[in-house]
Design a protein around this ligand. Structure first.
Ligand SMILES: [Zn+2]
Length: 478
Protein backbone atom coordinates (compact mmCIF):
# COMPACT_ATOMS: atom_id res chain seq x y z
CA UNK A 1 0.00 0.00 0.00
CA UNK A 2 1.39 3.40 -0.90
CA UNK A 3 1.74 6.05 1.78
CA UNK A 4 -0.82 8.31 0.12
CA UNK A 5 -3.42 5.62 0.78
CA UNK A 6 -2.77 5.60 4.52
CA UNK A 7 -1.65 9.22 5.04
CA UNK A 8 -5.01 10.54 6.12
CA UNK A 9 -5.39 7.74 8.69
CA UNK A 10 -1.90 8.37 10.03
CA UNK A 11 -2.48 12.11 10.27
CA UNK A 12 -5.83 11.55 11.99
CA UNK A 13 -4.24 9.36 14.66
CA UNK A 14 -1.55 11.99 15.24
CA UNK A 15 -3.87 14.97 15.41
CA UNK A 16 -6.41 13.15 17.59
CA UNK A 17 -3.70 12.13 20.07
CA UNK A 18 -2.29 15.65 20.25
CA UNK A 19 -5.79 17.15 20.68
CA UNK A 20 -6.57 14.69 23.47
CA UNK A 21 -3.20 15.33 25.15
CA UNK A 22 -3.04 19.10 24.76
CA UNK A 23 -3.51 19.86 28.44
CA UNK A 24 -0.80 17.38 29.44
CA UNK A 25 1.63 18.69 26.79
CA UNK A 26 1.14 22.29 27.88
CA UNK A 27 1.51 21.28 31.54
CA UNK A 28 4.89 19.66 30.89
CA UNK A 29 6.18 22.70 29.01
CA UNK A 30 5.07 24.89 31.92
CA UNK A 31 6.77 22.63 34.47
CA UNK A 32 10.05 23.04 32.58
CA UNK A 33 9.47 26.79 32.23
CA UNK A 34 8.91 27.02 36.02
CA UNK A 35 12.19 25.21 36.74
CA UNK A 36 14.71 26.66 34.27
CA UNK A 37 17.96 24.69 34.25
CA UNK A 38 21.20 25.89 32.63
CA UNK A 39 23.41 23.96 30.24
CA UNK A 40 24.43 20.47 31.38
CA UNK A 41 22.39 20.93 34.60
CA UNK A 42 19.03 20.00 33.03
CA UNK A 43 18.47 17.05 35.39
CA UNK A 44 14.78 17.68 36.17
CA UNK A 45 13.87 18.60 32.60
CA UNK A 46 15.64 15.57 31.11
CA UNK A 47 14.06 13.27 33.71
CA UNK A 48 10.59 14.70 33.10
CA UNK A 49 10.75 14.36 29.31
CA UNK A 50 12.49 10.98 29.22
CA UNK A 51 10.09 9.64 31.87
CA UNK A 52 7.12 10.75 29.79
CA UNK A 53 8.51 8.94 26.73
CA UNK A 54 9.20 5.82 28.79
CA UNK A 55 5.64 5.78 30.15
CA UNK A 56 4.52 5.85 26.53
CA UNK A 57 6.46 2.75 25.54
CA UNK A 58 9.80 4.15 24.40
CA UNK A 59 13.09 2.46 25.28
CA UNK A 60 15.43 4.89 27.00
CA UNK A 61 19.15 5.30 26.78
CA UNK A 62 20.03 7.89 29.39
CA UNK A 63 23.40 9.62 29.63
CA UNK A 64 24.05 9.40 25.87
CA UNK A 65 27.63 10.31 24.83
CA UNK A 66 28.57 10.30 28.54
CA UNK A 67 26.50 13.42 29.10
CA UNK A 68 24.23 12.87 32.12
CA UNK A 69 21.40 15.08 30.80
CA UNK A 70 21.40 13.70 27.22
CA UNK A 71 19.12 10.82 26.26
CA UNK A 72 17.82 8.84 23.32
CA UNK A 73 14.28 7.42 23.36
CA UNK A 74 13.45 4.82 20.70
CA UNK A 75 10.39 2.95 19.55
CA UNK A 76 10.44 0.43 16.72
CA UNK A 77 7.91 -1.65 14.85
CA UNK A 78 10.42 -3.48 12.65
CA UNK A 79 12.30 -3.01 9.40
CA UNK A 80 11.79 0.45 7.98
CA UNK A 81 13.21 3.97 7.97
CA UNK A 82 14.68 5.30 11.19
CA UNK A 83 13.51 8.87 11.83
CA UNK A 84 15.01 11.22 14.43
CA UNK A 85 13.43 14.20 16.17
CA UNK A 86 15.61 16.63 18.15
CA UNK A 87 14.63 18.14 21.50
CA UNK A 88 16.30 20.84 23.61
CA UNK A 89 15.45 21.94 27.15
CA UNK A 90 18.21 24.19 28.52
CA UNK A 91 17.56 27.69 29.87
CA UNK A 92 19.50 30.96 29.82
CA UNK A 93 21.22 32.65 32.76
CA UNK A 94 19.48 35.66 34.28
CA UNK A 95 16.66 35.85 31.75
CA UNK A 96 13.81 34.98 34.12
CA UNK A 97 10.74 37.23 33.79
CA UNK A 98 7.24 36.92 35.20
CA UNK A 99 4.36 36.33 32.79
CA UNK A 100 3.27 39.97 32.74
CA UNK A 101 2.60 42.54 30.03
CA UNK A 102 5.54 44.69 31.12
CA UNK A 103 9.17 43.68 31.66
CA UNK A 104 9.24 42.13 35.16
CA UNK A 105 12.58 40.46 35.97
CA UNK A 106 12.28 37.83 38.70
CA UNK A 107 15.99 37.29 39.32
CA UNK A 108 15.85 33.70 38.06
CA UNK A 109 17.17 32.01 34.96
CA UNK A 110 14.67 31.69 32.14
CA UNK A 111 13.50 30.03 28.95
CA UNK A 112 14.01 33.11 26.79
CA UNK A 113 14.86 30.86 23.83
CA UNK A 114 11.69 28.81 24.35
CA UNK A 115 13.49 25.49 24.80
CA UNK A 116 10.79 24.38 27.27
CA UNK A 117 8.45 24.47 24.26
CA UNK A 118 11.04 22.98 21.92
CA UNK A 119 11.73 19.97 24.15
CA UNK A 120 8.12 19.29 25.07
CA UNK A 121 6.73 19.80 21.55
CA UNK A 122 9.31 17.43 20.08
CA UNK A 123 8.62 14.72 22.67
CA UNK A 124 4.87 15.08 22.05
CA UNK A 125 5.52 14.65 18.32
CA UNK A 126 7.54 11.46 18.94
CA UNK A 127 4.75 9.95 21.07
CA UNK A 128 2.16 10.94 18.45
CA UNK A 129 4.23 9.18 15.75
CA UNK A 130 4.34 6.07 17.92
CA UNK A 131 0.52 6.14 18.19
CA UNK A 132 0.34 6.37 14.40
CA UNK A 133 2.84 3.52 13.93
CA UNK A 134 0.75 1.26 16.16
CA UNK A 135 -2.61 2.22 14.69
CA UNK A 136 -1.62 2.16 11.03
CA UNK A 137 0.93 -0.69 10.83
CA UNK A 138 3.73 1.75 9.97
CA UNK A 139 7.08 -0.05 9.96
CA UNK A 140 10.21 1.70 11.16
CA UNK A 141 11.84 3.38 14.14
CA UNK A 142 11.17 6.72 15.76
CA UNK A 143 13.92 8.21 17.93
CA UNK A 144 13.74 11.26 20.13
CA UNK A 145 17.10 12.82 20.91
CA UNK A 146 17.25 14.72 24.18
CA UNK A 147 19.97 17.30 23.51
CA UNK A 148 21.19 19.42 26.43
CA UNK A 149 23.19 22.62 26.47
CA UNK A 150 22.35 24.26 23.15
CA UNK A 151 23.11 27.65 24.68
CA UNK A 152 26.89 27.64 24.46
CA UNK A 153 27.44 24.03 25.48
CA UNK A 154 27.37 22.42 22.03
CA UNK A 155 26.17 19.02 23.27
CA UNK A 156 25.04 17.91 19.81
CA UNK A 157 28.58 18.25 18.47
CA UNK A 158 29.82 15.82 21.15
CA UNK A 159 26.83 13.52 20.57
CA UNK A 160 27.58 13.58 16.83
CA UNK A 161 31.25 12.79 17.35
CA UNK A 162 30.29 9.84 19.55
CA UNK A 163 27.97 8.37 16.93
CA UNK A 164 24.66 9.06 18.68
CA UNK A 165 23.01 10.16 15.41
CA UNK A 166 24.44 7.32 13.28
CA UNK A 167 22.08 5.15 11.26
CA UNK A 168 19.23 7.62 10.79
CA UNK A 169 17.37 8.04 7.50
CA UNK A 170 16.08 11.51 8.36
CA UNK A 171 16.16 14.09 11.15
CA UNK A 172 13.53 16.73 11.76
CA UNK A 173 13.49 19.54 14.26
CA UNK A 174 12.07 22.97 14.98
CA UNK A 175 12.68 26.12 16.97
CA UNK A 176 10.32 28.67 18.52
CA UNK A 177 10.25 31.78 16.34
CA UNK A 178 8.14 34.78 15.28
CA UNK A 179 6.57 33.09 12.26
CA UNK A 180 6.01 29.59 10.93
CA UNK A 181 8.05 28.36 7.98
CA UNK A 182 10.10 25.36 6.93
CA UNK A 183 13.56 26.87 6.61
CA UNK A 184 16.41 25.75 4.41
CA UNK A 185 18.63 28.62 5.51
CA UNK A 186 22.10 27.53 6.44
CA UNK A 187 23.76 28.74 9.63
CA UNK A 188 27.33 29.92 10.11
CA UNK A 189 30.05 27.44 10.98
CA UNK A 190 31.90 28.70 14.04
CA UNK A 191 35.25 28.08 15.66
CA UNK A 192 36.07 29.46 19.07
CA UNK A 193 39.84 29.69 19.49
CA UNK A 194 42.14 31.13 22.13
CA UNK A 195 45.62 32.29 21.17
CA UNK A 196 47.84 32.13 24.23
CA UNK A 197 51.20 33.85 23.91
CA UNK A 198 54.19 33.03 26.11
CA UNK A 199 57.03 35.54 26.52
CA UNK A 200 59.57 36.29 29.21
CA UNK A 201 58.92 38.48 32.26
CA UNK A 202 61.34 41.27 33.12
CA UNK A 203 61.42 44.56 35.01
CA UNK A 204 59.85 46.96 32.54
CA UNK A 205 61.97 49.88 33.79
CA UNK A 206 65.35 48.31 34.54
CA UNK A 207 65.72 45.37 32.14
CA UNK A 208 63.14 45.71 29.38
CA UNK A 209 65.71 44.37 26.90
CA UNK A 210 65.53 41.03 28.70
CA UNK A 211 61.75 40.86 28.45
CA UNK A 212 59.67 39.46 25.61
CA UNK A 213 56.11 40.76 25.83
CA UNK A 214 53.24 38.35 25.30
CA UNK A 215 50.92 41.38 25.38
CA UNK A 216 52.79 42.97 22.47
CA UNK A 217 52.10 39.79 20.54
CA UNK A 218 48.37 39.97 21.38
CA UNK A 219 48.22 43.60 20.22
CA UNK A 220 50.14 42.90 17.02
CA UNK A 221 47.95 39.89 16.31
CA UNK A 222 44.85 42.00 16.75
CA UNK A 223 46.25 44.64 14.41
CA UNK A 224 47.00 41.96 11.84
CA UNK A 225 43.44 40.65 12.09
CA UNK A 226 42.11 44.19 11.60
CA UNK A 227 44.03 44.37 8.31
CA UNK A 228 42.76 40.91 7.36
CA UNK A 229 39.15 42.10 7.56
CA UNK A 230 39.50 44.03 4.29
CA UNK A 231 40.71 40.91 2.50
CA UNK A 232 38.31 38.29 3.74
CA UNK A 233 34.88 37.44 2.27
CA UNK A 234 32.17 39.78 3.58
CA UNK A 235 30.22 36.76 4.79
CA UNK A 236 32.91 35.99 7.38
CA UNK A 237 32.72 37.37 10.90
CA UNK A 238 35.46 37.76 13.47
CA UNK A 239 34.91 38.82 17.08
CA UNK A 240 37.41 38.85 19.94
CA UNK A 241 38.12 39.80 23.53
CA UNK A 242 41.47 40.02 25.34
CA UNK A 243 41.20 37.51 28.18
CA UNK A 244 44.64 38.10 29.67
CA UNK A 245 46.65 41.26 29.14
CA UNK A 246 49.33 40.79 31.79
CA UNK A 247 49.51 41.69 35.46
CA UNK A 248 50.99 45.18 35.89
CA UNK A 249 52.63 47.76 33.61
CA UNK A 250 56.01 47.45 35.34
CA UNK A 251 56.27 43.75 34.50
CA UNK A 252 56.82 42.75 30.89
CA UNK A 253 53.89 40.29 30.50
CA UNK A 254 55.07 36.74 30.10
CA UNK A 255 51.54 35.49 29.47
CA UNK A 256 48.75 37.07 27.42
CA UNK A 257 45.72 35.67 25.66
CA UNK A 258 43.20 36.77 23.07
CA UNK A 259 40.02 34.81 22.41
CA UNK A 260 38.49 34.79 18.94
CA UNK A 261 35.24 33.52 17.50
CA UNK A 262 35.44 32.96 13.77
CA UNK A 263 32.31 32.47 11.69
CA UNK A 264 31.88 31.67 8.01
CA UNK A 265 29.17 30.11 5.81
CA UNK A 266 30.76 26.64 5.62
CA UNK A 267 33.22 24.49 7.52
CA UNK A 268 35.61 24.78 4.55
CA UNK A 269 35.39 28.60 4.79
CA UNK A 270 35.98 28.67 8.52
CA UNK A 271 38.93 26.26 8.12
CA UNK A 272 40.47 28.79 5.73
CA UNK A 273 39.74 31.68 8.06
CA UNK A 274 41.29 29.86 11.02
CA UNK A 275 44.42 29.16 8.99
CA UNK A 276 44.76 32.83 8.05
CA UNK A 277 44.21 34.04 11.60
CA UNK A 278 46.69 31.43 12.87
CA UNK A 279 49.27 32.69 10.36
CA UNK A 280 48.83 36.18 11.82
CA UNK A 281 49.31 34.81 15.35
CA UNK A 282 52.52 33.10 14.29
CA UNK A 283 53.70 36.31 12.64
CA UNK A 284 53.02 38.23 15.84
CA UNK A 285 54.92 35.61 17.84
CA UNK A 286 57.88 35.86 15.48
CA UNK A 287 57.91 39.66 15.67
CA UNK A 288 57.93 39.62 19.46
CA UNK A 289 60.13 36.54 19.99
CA UNK A 290 57.34 34.86 21.89
CA UNK A 291 55.59 31.55 21.28
CA UNK A 292 51.90 30.94 20.70
CA UNK A 293 49.55 28.11 21.60
CA UNK A 294 46.41 27.72 19.48
CA UNK A 295 43.64 26.37 21.71
CA UNK A 296 40.39 25.39 20.02
CA UNK A 297 37.55 25.65 22.53
CA UNK A 298 35.81 22.36 23.10
CA UNK A 299 32.34 23.87 23.50
CA UNK A 300 32.48 26.62 20.92
CA UNK A 301 32.90 24.88 17.58
CA UNK A 302 30.08 23.75 15.33
CA UNK A 303 29.36 23.21 11.66
CA UNK A 304 27.02 25.02 9.29
CA UNK A 305 23.58 23.63 8.66
CA UNK A 306 22.80 21.70 5.48
CA UNK A 307 19.06 21.28 5.03
CA UNK A 308 17.52 18.74 2.68
CA UNK A 309 15.36 20.25 -0.08
CA UNK A 310 13.75 16.82 -0.58
CA UNK A 311 12.57 16.63 3.04
CA UNK A 312 11.77 20.34 3.35
CA UNK A 313 9.21 20.22 0.52
CA UNK A 314 7.31 17.44 2.31
CA UNK A 315 7.69 19.16 5.69
CA UNK A 316 6.26 22.44 4.35
CA UNK A 317 3.28 20.60 2.87
CA UNK A 318 2.57 19.02 6.27
CA UNK A 319 2.89 22.36 8.05
CA UNK A 320 0.30 23.79 5.66
CA UNK A 321 -1.90 20.77 6.26
CA UNK A 322 -1.96 21.25 10.05
CA UNK A 323 -2.13 25.05 9.83
CA UNK A 324 -0.46 27.74 11.94
CA UNK A 325 -0.76 28.25 15.70
CA UNK A 326 -4.30 28.74 16.98
CA UNK A 327 -3.86 31.97 18.92
CA UNK A 328 -6.84 33.01 21.04
CA UNK A 329 -8.31 36.49 21.37
CA UNK A 330 -6.56 36.77 24.74
CA UNK A 331 -3.25 35.90 23.05
CA UNK A 332 -3.72 38.71 20.53
CA UNK A 333 -4.59 41.19 23.26
CA UNK A 334 -1.61 40.11 25.37
CA UNK A 335 0.71 40.28 22.33
CA UNK A 336 -0.35 43.86 21.73
CA UNK A 337 0.75 44.76 25.25
CA UNK A 338 4.05 42.87 24.94
CA UNK A 339 4.74 44.72 21.70
CA UNK A 340 4.33 48.24 23.11
CA UNK A 341 7.50 49.98 21.94
CA UNK A 342 8.17 47.60 19.04
CA UNK A 343 7.99 49.66 15.85
CA UNK A 344 6.41 48.60 12.57
CA UNK A 345 9.83 48.92 10.95
CA UNK A 346 11.30 46.47 13.49
CA UNK A 347 8.51 44.03 12.73
CA UNK A 348 8.97 44.38 8.96
CA UNK A 349 12.74 43.81 9.18
CA UNK A 350 12.27 40.84 11.52
CA UNK A 351 9.79 39.14 9.21
CA UNK A 352 11.72 39.85 6.03
CA UNK A 353 15.19 38.97 7.30
CA UNK A 354 14.36 35.85 9.29
CA UNK A 355 11.40 34.40 7.39
CA UNK A 356 11.25 36.02 3.95
CA UNK A 357 7.73 37.23 4.84
CA UNK A 358 6.68 40.55 3.32
CA UNK A 359 2.90 40.30 3.32
CA UNK A 360 0.43 42.70 4.92
CA UNK A 361 0.46 40.70 8.18
CA UNK A 362 4.14 41.40 8.79
CA UNK A 363 3.21 44.28 11.10
CA UNK A 364 0.63 42.32 13.12
CA UNK A 365 1.61 41.50 16.71
CA UNK A 366 1.37 37.76 16.05
CA UNK A 367 1.77 35.84 12.81
CA UNK A 368 -0.57 32.85 12.57
CA UNK A 369 -0.10 32.05 8.88
CA UNK A 370 2.45 29.84 7.14
CA UNK A 371 5.26 31.50 5.19
CA UNK A 372 5.97 30.03 1.75
CA UNK A 373 9.59 31.13 1.58
CA UNK A 374 12.09 28.42 2.52
CA UNK A 375 15.13 30.75 2.42
CA UNK A 376 17.00 28.39 0.08
CA UNK A 377 20.55 29.45 -0.57
CA UNK A 378 20.63 31.97 2.27
CA UNK A 379 22.81 31.94 5.36
CA UNK A 380 21.32 32.96 8.69
CA UNK A 381 23.56 35.12 10.89
CA UNK A 382 23.73 32.63 13.77
CA UNK A 383 25.53 29.39 14.54
CA UNK A 384 24.15 26.31 16.29
CA UNK A 385 25.05 22.79 17.28
CA UNK A 386 22.26 21.25 15.17
CA UNK A 387 24.52 22.06 12.21
CA UNK A 388 26.65 18.99 12.93
CA UNK A 389 23.60 16.73 13.09
CA UNK A 390 22.53 17.93 9.64
CA UNK A 391 25.66 16.34 8.12
CA UNK A 392 24.81 12.89 9.55
CA UNK A 393 21.42 12.31 7.92
CA UNK A 394 19.03 14.26 5.68
CA UNK A 395 17.76 17.09 7.85
CA UNK A 396 14.94 19.60 7.87
CA UNK A 397 13.66 22.13 10.34
CA UNK A 398 10.73 24.36 11.11
CA UNK A 399 10.58 27.78 12.67
CA UNK A 400 7.21 27.99 14.43
CA UNK A 401 5.53 31.16 15.73
CA UNK A 402 5.76 31.08 19.52
CA UNK A 403 6.38 34.75 20.22
CA UNK A 404 5.39 38.23 19.15
CA UNK A 405 6.49 39.68 15.82
CA UNK A 406 9.48 42.03 16.03
CA UNK A 407 11.00 40.60 19.21
CA UNK A 408 14.10 38.43 19.22
CA UNK A 409 15.27 35.24 20.84
CA UNK A 410 16.70 35.81 24.31
CA UNK A 411 14.39 38.77 24.90
CA UNK A 412 12.08 39.19 27.88
CA UNK A 413 9.10 38.95 25.54
CA UNK A 414 10.17 35.49 24.42
CA UNK A 415 10.58 34.30 28.00
CA UNK A 416 7.05 35.55 28.73
CA UNK A 417 5.60 33.97 25.56
CA UNK A 418 7.32 30.64 26.36
CA UNK A 419 5.44 30.58 29.67
CA UNK A 420 2.08 31.60 28.28
CA UNK A 421 -0.51 30.47 25.75
CA UNK A 422 1.18 32.29 22.86
CA UNK A 423 4.16 29.95 23.03
CA UNK A 424 2.04 26.95 23.95
CA UNK A 425 -0.15 27.41 20.85
CA UNK A 426 3.01 27.47 18.73
CA UNK A 427 4.31 24.34 20.44
CA UNK A 428 1.10 22.43 19.67
CA UNK A 429 1.37 23.50 16.02
CA UNK A 430 5.01 22.33 15.98
CA UNK A 431 4.13 18.94 17.51
CA UNK A 432 1.45 18.37 14.85
CA UNK A 433 3.67 19.32 11.91
CA UNK A 434 6.73 17.42 13.19
CA UNK A 435 4.71 14.27 13.80
CA UNK A 436 2.92 14.31 10.42
CA UNK A 437 6.24 14.84 8.64
CA UNK A 438 8.19 12.24 10.65
CA UNK A 439 5.45 9.67 10.01
CA UNK A 440 5.43 10.49 6.29
CA UNK A 441 9.21 10.09 6.11
CA UNK A 442 8.86 6.68 7.75
CA UNK A 443 6.13 5.64 5.35
CA UNK A 444 8.06 6.62 2.22
CA UNK A 445 11.36 4.71 1.95
CA UNK A 446 11.82 5.98 -1.65
CA UNK A 447 11.79 9.56 -0.33
CA UNK A 448 14.46 8.60 2.21
CA UNK A 449 16.58 7.24 -0.64
CA UNK A 450 16.27 10.47 -2.64
CA UNK A 451 17.12 12.56 0.43
CA UNK A 452 20.19 10.41 1.16
CA UNK A 453 21.42 10.82 -2.42
CA UNK A 454 21.00 14.59 -2.09
CA UNK A 455 23.06 14.61 1.12
CA UNK A 456 25.75 12.30 -0.26
CA UNK A 457 26.33 14.74 -3.13
CA UNK A 458 26.99 17.55 -0.64
CA UNK A 459 29.26 15.39 1.53
CA UNK A 460 31.36 14.48 -1.51
CA UNK A 461 32.42 18.11 -1.78
CA UNK A 462 33.39 18.37 1.89
CA UNK A 463 33.22 15.17 3.94
CA UNK A 464 32.25 15.65 7.57
CA UNK A 465 34.93 15.73 10.21
CA UNK A 466 34.25 16.64 13.80
CA UNK A 467 35.36 20.14 14.73
CA UNK A 468 36.26 18.70 18.15
CA UNK A 469 39.46 17.10 19.36
CA UNK A 470 38.96 13.31 19.66
CA UNK A 471 39.23 13.20 23.43
CA UNK A 472 37.47 16.45 24.39
CA UNK A 473 34.44 16.30 26.68
CA UNK A 474 31.95 19.05 27.49
CA UNK A 475 33.26 19.01 31.02
CA UNK A 476 36.89 19.87 30.25
CA UNK A 477 38.29 23.08 31.63
CA UNK A 478 39.05 25.37 28.72
ZN1 LIG B 1 17.32 28.31 21.06
Amino acid sequence: MSYSEIKSGVDRTILDWIDASEEKIIGISKQIWDDPELQYQEYHSAALLSGWLEENGFTLERGAANIPTAFVASYTTGEGPSIGILAEYDALPGLGFDVAPVRTPNGKNGHACGHNLYGTGSCAAAIAVKQAMDANALKGTIKLFGCPAEEGGGAKVFMTRDGVFDGLDAVITWHPANASICTQASSLAIYSVRFRFHGRAAHAGVTPHLGRSALDAVMLMNMGVEFLREHMPVSNRIHCVVTNGGIAPNIVPELAEIWFMLRAPTRADVDTLLQRVTNIAQGAAQMTETTVEVLKETKGCSSNNIASAVLSDVALANLKLVGGPKFTEEDWAFAKLLNVGVTDQEKIENMRMMYGITDEHATDDLYDGIGDCMLEGTTAPYSGDAGDVSWQAPYCQYSIACQTVGTGNHSWQQEVCAGSHIGQAGMICAARALACSAAEFMGRPELMKAAREELDKKLKLYPYTSPLPADATPFDED
